[in-house]
Design a protein around this ligand. Structure first.
Ligand SMILES: [Zn+2]
Ligand SMILES: [Zn+2]
Length: 254
């Protein structure tokens, strides 16, 4: 797919900030760029190049303001188009020149739920290999945590309540992060850096089991091998018992 790049006539507005020539650009990216790790990707690229600025999700996609040496900004834009995250689809990039402000550091800004605008929403993404490894590692704090996810996987479309895609605009808004998850969320070197569905057994949704008999089922953060849910499943697999996984007649193989 080709990517349309629009450049305003005011794109080049270099100025002198701190004794060196700098340019500042506003780059609006449209396409499938929310919920696919695009902001962490932009943060990593800008930080590696020593550029200053911010990146936020807005109701139409991703909005970047970035400032630095003009030649380095050219390289940043090249990376933006050439090496986006695997799940991202960049359809349009609009570049506008701004007056340099001389700021330092690059950060991911907070979004505000608008409920308006138009952008593509990422589908839910199957659990990645690293999260599956977390899931079965008894020493990992997400061992058997049924909602394990990261920047590369997990729910997206099914948890969105408003745009732009950010934790406050998802069903995860009701689950404040514990200090450990918050630390991972803020750490650019962690694969859960700005992963909106981030959670763990301490702070995330919990799985409950009800066997349908009216009695309260066991509750907990994870379904353990010897708990009543597994015992119930084993009972239903015995000969003479019909499990709920019965294949409807219309779907049976001939
Ligand atoms: Zn993952
Ligand atoms: Zn947590």
């Amino acid at each position: 797919m080709s990517t349309a790049v629009r450049r305003s006539t005011a794109e080049r507005r270099p100025g002198i900030a701190g004794g060196v020539e700098r340019s500042r650009l506003r780059i609006a990216v449209r396409g499938l760029v929310q919920g696919v790790g695009f902001r962490p990707f932009v943060h990593a690229a800008a930080t590696a190049l020593g550029l200053a600025g911010t990146v936020v999700n807005d109701s139409n996609g991703v909005l970047i303001e970035v400032e630095g040496d003009p030649a380095v900004l050219d390289e940043f834009q090249r990376i933006l188009l050439a090496d986006p995250p695997p799940l991202a689809i960049v359809e349009q990039v609009t570049v506008t020149g701004l007056a340099p402000e001389g700021r330092t550091g690059f950060s991911i800004g907070d979004s505000a739920c608008s409920g308006t605008g138009r952008t593509l929403a990422s589908p839910d993404v199957a659990t990645c290999a690293q999260c599956l490894a977390d899931l079965i590692d008894p020493t990992n704090r997400r061992y058997r945590h049924p909602f394990v996810s990261c920047t590369n996987c997990g729910p997206r479309f099914t948890i969105i309540t408003a745009l732009p895609y950010d934790r406050v605009c998802t069903t995860m808004a009701g689950f404040p992060m514990c200090p450990t998850c918050a630390k991972e969320y803020r750490d650019p070197t962690d694969r859960r850096f700005h992963a909106q569905p981030i959670a763990c057994p301490e702070c995330g949704p919990r799985l409950e089991f009800h066997d349908g008999s009216g009695g309260a089922g066991p509750t907990g953060h994870a379904v353990h091998g010897d708990d009543a849910a597994m015992a119930h499943a084993r009972r239903r697999r015995r000969p003479g018992r019909q499990g709920s996984g019965r294949v409807p007649p219309g779907l049976r193989r001939p």
